[in-house]
Design a protein around this ligand. Structure first.
Ligand code: B12
Ligand code: SF4
Length: 526
């Protein structure tokens, strides 16, 4: 059968979602033909994460000219129509995150319209798992897969090929009809146990991706990079993350943490590195340091010997021991992102339910810095209980930690998370208003801090962290949205570029510091 995946992406380029890469490989192994319709390069006027980070001066800027990465004004629906007419799929598979639902539904409608309703449309991924009713409400979607699709999708295709019944398949959800009261009725089948045999999976199929999805910005350069995940799962229960409800879907069954054997993953990484001429890897393990030490040691040794490419990953500061930091270095790790999220102990422990302490954060980042591994940190602004003071505490913790590249985004309440329930209960978020995930403005309306102040602090986040404290009164002045405030911000951002970007994320005074300060003083008093 011909199977067309749709990835309704509006965000940054440079990624090859692992779910699609795996499912495509599984289907091809069964003899099917697979193609991908990826909307990343269509212009939806959505400020991407990369654009937002550039604006906030999170990472060194990149000169993208020559890489053909500008978004096109072309109509994605027309393009999808052409793709379907050419490829003639028997099944359309939509793989979407929650912020991609609306676009995914519009494209599902197009797929139905251009085939006169003939093609079956099935959804899977985080959106379909966390919001099955929202997806199924739409009559253009025939069914959803909740949870893993590794067994479900090939089985569905087999049934469709053989005209067999498939509505009983585990993980499947579908729309029954409208009941006597005029309400929609749905059926959600039980979930099959976790897929455990990762070694038995085929290698990722990246042949269906646009070559530009290999372009990874790193430290001011563009490298050809791959995406993978060696150790799957996270044992924590942060209130803003879908991890907890995903595990509940599986009745908190054991073996949530699964991994490839070292030899198996190294074989694949070695193959993909050569086949796709990679220069770089990004590992998406939720916590790269979660691996037991014996596994980590073997992985580090064999990765260095047989793959040998620099890589970045994410880790939880709680697990960044001296030994693991050294192993990361030996293995070729160039950068680790950690979650600081908030500097306020109460918010971190009780509102976000993060497992790490302030000391874990300080120690973890110091250990990475000691090894010369670049550090970046995620911070969440605009959570329930946030005030100007708690943001200042977050800024202070980032300052103390010596993290090279701090990064801040606005909290977005994801469906099926504890923090969304709290935000709704406290009247901070109205699900009916449905404010979409945005890199530009906060989602919650907080009585404790205004939207304008949150945006102003987010826009000056790295300045407060990296410039010396004597600059804080200038930064504060720049928060005022008047002529002098805007001028001040420009001067400070320029100074930041010359003193922080130019020195790999660590402030070093500039020879013209005196002149910069004089300009700031003039703007303070004018
Ligand atoms: C890699 C990753 C990214 C990458 C790539 C994103 C992408 N489009 O895949 C990048 C860095 C770009 C990214 C960005 C963001 N991410 Co992210 N990311 C991840 C991460 C760590 C791994 C994803 C992954 O590949 N998993 C492994 C594969 C095998 O699993 P899978 O995708 O779920 O696929 C399986 C099933 O879902 C199913 N399936 C998937 N598609 C289909 C389709 C069909 C038809 C079927 C039948 C089945 C099926 O079968 C697959 C195999 O079992 C996850 C956490 C996680 N563990 O999944 C978070 C996660 C997906 N990210 C998340 C979030 C919130 C974000 C951001 C909003 C963060 C931010 N503030 O910037 C942005 C979103 C921007 C965007 N829309 O792209 C949330 C999503 C929550 C949600 N409800 O959608 C997650 C789940 C983190 C979390 N625990 O909360 N992310
Ligand atoms: S540590 Fe990360 S992946 Fe794990 S529950 Fe918390 S936010 Fe989710």
């Amino acid at each position: 059968m011909n199977i067309l995946f749709i990835w309704p992406s509006r965000d940054q380029f440079g990624f090859k979602p692992m779910g699609i890469a795996l499912l495509s490989a599984i289907l091809k192994r069964k003899g099917h033909d697979v193609e991908l319709f990826d909307t990343t390069f269509f212009d939806f006027k959505h400020a991407s994460t990369t654009e937002a980070r550039d604006k906030l001066r999170i990472f060194k800027p990149i000169n993208w000219s020559g890489y053909n990465v500008q978004k096109t004004e072309a109509d994605p629906h027309k393009a999808l129509e052409e793709h379907i007419n050419r490829f003639q799929p028997g099944l359309v598979c939509v793989s979407a995150l929650s912020d991609e639902i609306e676009l995914g539904l519009q494209l599902s409608k197009t797929a139905k319209d251009v085939t006169g309703g003939a093609v079956a449309v099935v959804w899977g991924g985080k959106a379909a798992t966390m919001n099955p009713f929202r997806v199924l409400k739409d009559s253009d979607v025939n069914g959803v897969c909740r949870g893993e699709g590794l067994r479900f999708l090939p089985e569905l295709v087999r049934c469709l090929d053989n005209y067999e019944m498939h509505m009983h398949l585990p993980n499947m959800g579908y729309r029954l009809d409208i009941n006597a009261l005029g309400q929609d009725e749905y059926k959600l089948n039980p979930i099959a146990p976790y897929f455990r045999d990762l070694d038995g999976l085929p290698y990722f199929d990246w042949s269906i991706f646009d070559d530009r999805q290999f372009l990874k910005p790193y430290d001011g350069k563009v490298l050809r990079g791959g995406d993978h995940m060696i150790y799957w799962g996270c044992p924590n229960e942060c209130t803003y993350c879908i991890n907890k409800s995903w595990r509940e879907l599986y009745n908190n069954e054991g073996a949530f943490l699964r991994h490839y054997s070292v030899d198996r993953i190294i074989d694949e990484l070695e193959y993909l590195s050569k086949e796709y001429k990679l220069e770089f890897w990004k590992f998406h393990d939720e916590d790269f340091c979660l691996k037991p030490i014996a596994y980590f040691e073997e992985l580090a040794k064999k990765y260095k010997e047989r793959v040998g490419l620099p890589f970045t990953a994410m880790a939880n500061c709680k697990n960044i021991t001296v030994t693991r930091a050294k192993l990361l270095k030996e293995m070729g790790c160039v950068s680790i992102s950690v979650g600081i999220e908030t500097g306020n102990e109460d918010l971190r422990k009780h509102v976000l339910k993060r497992c790490e302490t302030k000391d874990d954060i300080l120690n973890g980042i110091r250990r990475l810095n000691n090894e010369g591994i670049r550090t970046s940190a995620f911070n969440l602004l605009g959570i329930p209980g946030e005030t100007r003071e708690t943001i200042m505490e977050t800024i202070e913790l980032n300052r103390q930690s010596g993290v090279q590249y701090p990064n801040a985004g606005f909290f977005f309440p994801l469906d099926n998370t504890e923090l969304k329930k709290i935000a709704v209960q406290q009247g901070l978020y109205d699900p009916k208003e449905g404010r979409a995930y945005s890199n530009e403005r906060p989602c919650l309306s907080l009585p404790t801090i205004s939207e304008e102040e949150l945006i102003a602090l987010r826009d000056r986040f790295v300045l407060y962290i990296k410039l010396p404290e004597e600059y804080h009164r200038y930064i504060k002045r720049s928060e005022k949205d008047d002529q002098n405030g805007r001028e001040m911000l420009k001067v400070l951002q320029l100074y930041y570029e010359e003193t922080v970007f130019a020195n790999d994320g660590t402030y070093k005074p500039h020879p013209l510091e005196k002149q910069y300060k004089e300009s700031c003083e003039i703007l303070m008093h004018e």
